[in-house]
Ligand binder design. Structure first.
Ligand code: MOS
Length: 735
């Protein structure tokens, strides 16, 4: 398998995307389309007393105003937090209760977007408002333990953490906070719903086509087979298109009520209220260490908010379980309820915020011990998974530290804070560890060899912009012995075999494993036809003596003897040969499966204005087999950029008196732009993992953001001598 795999091939869909030929959900051309605009609550807590939509309905071209007073009654759907598919428990427009600002309280359908938008502005709502709870400090005493933190108990203890702390020579005890952040993919969430009788076709921007199908089928009490969900392209998602949010159901309600295809696209402002967010965290870390830098305890606890109705846990302690060898660990989290929508997964949910705290604390400990921060990490290197005592399926973190440090020039760093200057600016260098689990879940694939000798592979998975379509074609091409251009990988349709939600950096591991099985099976099927055929040059040739290249099967020792897939199918009058495969994964793990990496950052801080610029960035990652060097690099870079945004810019600000987001736009909610980002130097450390899955991949979409914010904060400390424990590191915190 070495022809296409690993090569930095261009995206198979690149041309379509740059020429505008790629149709995203909101761009599907349909006849007779109507437009829906969702009305959001202007209060964050209370009751709707009345809704007057008469004026809106009078406008010619307005088709319907749907509210809780006239919406169809929906069947409940299980939320994501309980193992279901929807983003939050309440179904839209079922009751007059407002739980959070921006909650959908109605939907207007009209002949044009402009008309629907105007009509929505005419709908008069009278509320009975209550004081919203959006400040966690006001309800701190009501914090409660969630049922579980990503499968771990909410109050996990290894060894004797208190004893480990009291016996330590050196202690670090600090609180770190991260703010609420919102997903801001370029493509807003969008749904087109088209009913024909009790059959529903939906074009949706989703990371989970089969989840959308399930949510809609359940909501409207129709069989799942009646719902088809299509999503060929996604303009970024980062987690917010993983669960099915109420606007998808609103679009289906609207389409049902007006009997026409209806399109509903969320506005950027609405994206801050109704598609989840990364909740703020308050994290307390206590580290104990011997004088020579061996950790005697790690205590990591804290709180994060959830909504009034779901229990979403921002699992900031999960990485702490595995990062360092330490006999004593306490990892515990509590939740508090606020009048906000249910938080959700956002790139490395848990790890991104958690590693900010832990990896900042490690840096503080390194200074307290006067040890190099890499040396401190090496002294506590976990040779096995410290929680489960399982061996790693593979771990190349030491190599990441070495490769990263060398390429970055870490040895040029003078350890003393505030000691390096350039042209009047303070210069700082920081580092941190990255880690993310190699998640995978069952997926199904259909692989076909067609009469012309090309291959067609189908799975209802998703192309979020990560390169799934490209790497799956590469993988299939190598297994089948075909050039990539002779493989067609089709995705994004519930007519194809079911794939899981594309999250947790799990798509390649899950779908790739299924593809490996299906492609191998279909290849063997074709070979069997030849081996049983007296007219084939491969008649009765043992399977292990046959090789394939360029669509031709031949005898390894005698390459002149062979024939093509097309020859075999033609002689047998076959249109195609196909194989279906369902990947399953052991529930009982023999190995602990994680990717690792290291970040190295140089910052330049203006000593007068506190402005932080990133001047250099090196990342080294070991995540098993890399299927495409180009798209992989792009994932690492993208996640690091998001980590820089997390470190320096991103923060959703809620007005504490009225409970509404005040910076719900890209002018006020800052994300990095090109001018903020230097050339990011990525080193992919070769790693062969024979255990993680048959294709040896660990997933790469999220690991790049883990540790990134800490590396920046550590560099800022090194530059300025100021330890910023509250993200983002804005200039006001440095002057
Ligand atoms: Mo990702 S945050 O698991 O979609």
């Amino acid at each position: 398998m070495t022809q296409a795999i690993g090569k930095p091939l261009n995206r198979v869909d690149g041309r379509l995307k740059v020429t505008g030929g790629a149709h995203y959900a909101a761009e599907i051309p349909l006849e007779n389309l109507a437009y829906a605009v969702a009305i959001g609550s202007t209060i964050a807590r209370g009751q709707i007393k009345s809704i007057d939509s008469q004026e809106a309905e009078k406008l010619p071209g307005v088709l319907r105003v749907i509210t809780h007073e006239n919406a169809p009654k929906l069947q409940p759907v299980k939320p994501f937090t309980k193992g279901g598919v929807v983003g939050e428990k309440p179904q839209p427009l079922q009751e007059p209760i407002v739980y959070h600002s921006g909650q959908h309280i109605g939907v207007v359908v009209a002949n044009s977007l402009e008309l629907a938008t105007y009509a929505a502005s005419l709908v008069r709502v009278i509320y009975e408002e209550e004081t919203p709870i959006v400040d966690k400090n006001k309800v701190r005493q009501e914090a409660f333990e969630p049922e579980t933190i990503f499968g771990k108990p909410p109050n996990f203890v290894r060894g004797n953490p208190e004893e480990g702390l009291s016996s330590a020579d050196v202690r670090i005890e600090e609180t770190y906070t991260t703010p609420t952040e919102n997903h801001n993919p370029i493509e807003p969430p969008a749904t087109i719903a088209m009913w024909e009788g009790d059959k529903l076709t939906v074009y949706d921007a989703t990371q989970h086509a089969f989840g959308v199908r399930e949510a809609l089928a359940t909501s409207f009490r129709i069989p799942q087979e009646n719902v088809r969900v299509i999503c060929h392209f996604i303009g970024g998602a980062f987690g917010c298109k993983g669960p099915v949010w109420p606007h998808v159901i609103l679009a289906a309600i609207a389409g049902h009520e007006v009997g026409r295809p209806v399109k509903l696209v969320l506005k950027r402002q609405q994206m801050f209220d109704v598609i989840g967010h990364r909740p703020e965290t308050e994290q307390h870390i206590k580290l104990g260490s011997t004088r020579d830098g061996r950790l005697t305890t790690i205590i990591h606890d804290g709180i994060s908010p959830t909504s009034m109705f779901d229990e979403y846990v921002e699992a900031f302690t999960v990485a702490t379980h595995v990062l360092y060898a330490c006999p004593n660990l306490q990892a515990s989290q509590r939740l508090i309820r606020l009048n906000k929508g249910t938080p959700t997964f956002m790139r490395a949910p848990g790890e991104a915020a958690g590693t900010f705290a832990l990896e900042s604390a490690l840096d503080e400990l390194a200074y307290a011990l006067n040890l190099d921060p890499i040396e401190l990490r090496l002294r506590n290197y976990a040779d096995i998974d410290p929680d489960t005592n399982l061996p790693w399926s593979s771990k190349s973190l030491k190599e990441c530290y070495r490769v990263g440090a060398e390429n970055f020039g870490w040895s040029r760093r003078n350890r003393e804070p505030r000691s390096m200057r350039d042209d009047g600016y303070l210069i700082g260098m920081g580092m941190a560890t990255a880690t993310f689990p190699a998640n995978q879940s069952p997926a199904a694939i259909k692989a076909r060899i067609l009469a012309d000798g090309s291959a067609n592979v189908q799975s209802g998975t998703h192309e979020m912009g990560t390169g799934t379509a490209t790497v799956m074609a590469q993988l299939a091409a190598d297994i089948l012995g075909l050039p990539v251009k002779r493989v067609r990988f089709e995705l994004g349709d519930t007519e194809f075999p079911p794939a899981p939600v594309s999250h947790g950096s799990a798509t390649v591991g899950s779908v790739g494993t299924a593809l490996y099985g299906a492609a191998t099976d279909v290849k063997v099927k074709v070979l069997e036809i030849a081996r049983n055929d007296r007219n084939s040059p491969l008649y009765q040739v043992p399977e292990n003596e046959v090789a394939i290249a360029n669509g031709r099967l031949f005898i390894k020792n005698n390459p002149a003897k062979g024939e093509t897939y097309a020859d075999i199918l033609a002689r047998h009058h076959l249109e195609q040969v196909e194989a279906d495969y369902q990947s399953l994964f052991d529930t009982e793990e023999k190995y602990s499966k994680h990717g690792f990496g290291a970040h190295f950052v140089e910052v330049r801080v203006d000593p007068d204005f506190g402005e932080v610029r990133i001047t250099r960035y090196t990342g080294a990652f070991a995540t098993g087999r890399i299927l495409n060097q180009k798209t992989a690099r792009s994932q690492f870079i993208g996640a690091i950029i998001m980590g820089i945004g997390m470190a320096l810019m991103e923060e959703t600000i809620t007005d504490q008196s009225i409970g509404r987001v005040v910076n719900a736009n890209l002018g006020d909610y800052h994300v990095p732009v090109n001018a903020d980002i230097p050339n990011i130097d990525i080193h992919i450390v070769d790693e062969v993992d024979p255990y993680v899955n048959p294709i040896g991949t660990k997933g790469i979409g999220e690991i790049g953001i883990t540790g990134a914010a800490a590396a920046v904060a550590n560099a800022v400390y090194h530059a300025t001598g100021k330890r910023i424990r509250n993200l983002p590191i804005t200039p006001d915190k440095l002057i």
